[in-house]
Ligand binder design. Structure first.
Ligand code: BG6
Length: 462
């Protein structure tokens, strides 16, 4: 398929807390991720010296990144999306002065990428924040966190202004509704009013970061990051279609504020009808008017929505409260596979916002087996990714402006939801299991060669 633009950003995406390890090294403070060793839906655990958490070492990217970047370069990556761990820069979150050792680490990492012409795409906050900010100040529930975050953002924009030209504010910002500790630093069980107030603070902080980025790095581009949770009506009954519209608005709302600079009417009605009275100051309203340059999103699956309460009850327990689609297959983890959904989503976001789109996560989590000859024949992963990229090409042909595509976990990493190593997304296998056993040796899978070819041919091999 010859449709990809010449400057298309091909690459992969990871997050600091799922790859780096070194969780107490060089002055790093504890983050919300560190106190949830079982993943983003797991319990909070008071960390003690010597206890086990798979993310504490993760895949040891903190020490082994030069060889990993070399492997990404071998695949021809144009970009690598990663995040900065806020706690490496401000261990407690509320300090005046940053931690130089933390800043120096990311200098080295970005310099290593630059050797191969790999552009960093940097998320300011990927599912973690300083644990001290949560304990001492109440996380994003406290308006003061806006200032702490802006200070952090300005610090890293200043420091990396010549090295990083693509930035994202908050990873899957809409997940704050489902995993509040990970998202906004509030305990599970917080009320909707508390969560939406914290989200409001985060949206203001995101807009302030966009403004700061434009001031400090005029030639940079900064986007938001949404979990693209596309929902279909389970039937064509108007009530199902209406419920689906409402369900899609629970996540589109974040994009609406970040792209349009104000709260949409449907949210004002929702707040009114649910007795949610947000504290929104005139200064907040002004800040929100700074909008993002592009929209980035993750895409893994779609789901269905029904107005039938009985069916809904049976499906509870799903991450996004969705009903399974009877027409789609599922991954080993029950995530429904829907390449066409990616084309639909790209068209939908383009129609709604007319801002460039960047797919910054997509991939298949699967169990891999090493064959007798030492190879890893992950044809299931190749076919998943191939099918999705064909739909990206279709969307480009539909007239959608797509900046790039970074597959999730180009090297095996710790999964976010349950902190597993066995849920592998990579083109590169890492020898480590769920109990932390293994040599951490890296090994190319069949998909490594397939993706290299896709990039080398700029998508023509699809
Ligand atoms: C996205 C997150 O929700 O999905 C990533 O941004 C995460 O951090 C990815 O890893 C896949 O989820 P999981 O649970 O399979 O790692």
């Amino acid at each position: 398929m010859k449709l990809f633009p010449q400057d298309f950003l091909w690459g992969g995406a990871v997050a600091a807390n799922q790859v780096e390890g070194a969780y107490r090294e060089a002055g790093k403070g504890l983050s919300t991720s560190d106190v949830q060793p079982q993943g983003i839906f797991g319990d909070v655990v008071e960390r003690r010296e010597g206890d086990f958490g798979i993310k504490d070492v993760a895949i040891d990217f903190y020490h082994q990144y030069p060889q990993d970047i070399a492997l990404f370069a071998e695949m021809g990556f144009k970009c690598l999306r990663t995040s900065i761990a806020w706690t490496r820069i401000f261990p407690h979150g509320d300090e005046d002065q940053p931690n130089e050792a933390g800043l120096a680490f990311y200098d080295s990492l970005f310099d290593e990428m630059a050797k191969y012409g790999i552009q960093p795409v940097v998320t300011l906050s990927h599912y973690e924040m300083p644990w001290e900010l949560v304990k001492k100040h109440g996380g994003w529930g406290n308006r003061k966190t806006i200032g702490f975050f802006e200070h952090y953002a300005r610090t890293v924009f200043q420091r990396y202004q010549h090295k990083v030209k693509y930035w994202l504010t908050f990873n899957e910002i809409n997940m704050s509704l489902h995993a509040p500790l990970t998202g906004v630093g509030l305990p599970a069980g917080s009320s909707k009013a508390e969560i939406y107030q914290a989200i409001h603070h985060q949206l203001v902080a995101s807009a302030k970061a966009v403004k700061a980025c434009h001031e400090i790095i005029p030639d940079a581009k900064i986007g938001n990051m949404l979990l693209g949770g596309l929902m279909y009506p389970l039937s064509c009954q108007p009530q199902d279609v209406w419920e689906t519209l409402q369900q899609n608005r629970t996540w589109l709302f974040f994009g609406d504020v970040q792209c349009r600079g104000e709260y949409p009417g449907y949210m004002l009605r929702y707040f009114r009808e649910n007795n949610i009275a947000l504290d929104i100051t005139p200064e907040d309203r002004q800040a929100l008017k700074t909008t993002i340059d592009f929209i980035s999103f993750s895409y893994y699956m779609t789901g269905c929505v029904t107005a039938d309460e009985e069916l809904n009850r049976k499906s509870r327990g799903n991450i996004l409260d969705m009903v399974p689609n009877p027409h789609l297959p599922s991954s080993e983890w029950g995530w429904q596979i829907d390449p066409t959904g990616l084309r639909i989503l790209l068209n939908m976001l383009w129609d709604r916002y007319q801002k460039p789109l960047f797919i910054v996560e997509n991939g298949l989590g699967a169990k891999d087996k090493i064959s007798a000859d030492g190879a890893i024949h992950d044809d299931y992963r190749i076919s998943y990714l191939n099918d999705h990229l064909v739909q990206v090409a279709e969307a480009i042909d539909d007239g959608v402006e797509v900046m790039g595509y970074t597959s999730w976990g180009p090297i095996d990493i710790v999964s976010a939801s349950k902190a597993e190593m066995s849920k592998r997304y990579g083109f590169i296998y890492v020898d480590r299991d769920d109990h932390g056993e293994g040599t951490l040796t890296r090994r190319r899978k069949d998909s490594f060669y397939w993706y290299s070819e896709v990039i080398a041919s700029n998508g023509e091999s699809l």
